[in-house]
Design a protein around this ligand. Structure first.
Ligand code: FES
Length: 165
């Protein structure tokens, strides 16, 4: 019997199944499946957890365990269309990363980890993004923004970006 799905699209399921040959068993597909769903929906609601579990032949609690282990995944509601990680590790902190984070949150009327009312932007503190020579840095969806100032960051985050992953 094919289980009825209400959240996962056929495309999402196809992407998950396409990865199956790379993994030793169905349970090992849990994390990639969560990433695929989060990339499409910008969160992984409980219904999606149950549907992923059904596809992988797992208990929903097993999928939820994996999801809740990682702070990366949103569940209650989607993150913004642009998800901006502002580095707060040492190189960026020494070059104004904390002030950059504070400026972006203040100018957008949100707290860290908050999302603007229009759903366009979520701002999160992050650890080293691997581009310390170009501090301070922001990862905005798939774009690494380097040598940011409050003004250049504000302008950069207004540009359309690649889909959040
Ligand atoms: S400390 Fe910010 S990119 Fe490494």
């Amino acid at each position: 019997m094919i289980a009825k799905r209400s959240v996962l699209t056929d495309e999402m399921v196809a992407k998950i199944e396409a990865l199956a040959p790379r993994y030793p068993n169905r349970q090992a597909l849990t994390l990639p499946a969560l990433h695929i769903v989060n990339a499409e929906l910008r969160h992984v609601p409980l219904e999606a957890v149950a549907e992923i579990a059904a596809i992988l032949g797992l208990a929903p609690a097993e999928v939820q365990d994996t999801l809740s282990f990682y702070q990366f995944f949103y569940q209650a509601k989607p993150h913004g269309t642009v998800r901006a990680f502002v580095c707060r590790s040492i190189s960026c902190a020494l070059r104004g990363g904390d002030q950059l984070l504070e400026h972006l949150c203040h100018s957008n009327g949100i707290q860290p980890y908050g999302t603007t009312a229009d759903g366009s932007l979520t701002i999160e503190p992050a650890e080293c993004l691997g581009a310390c020579d170009f501090a301070p840095c922001i990862l905005a969806n798939d774009d690494l923004l380097m040598n940011m100032t409050p003004d250049t960051a504000t302008a950069a985050l207004k540009q359309p970006r690649a889909k959040a992953t």
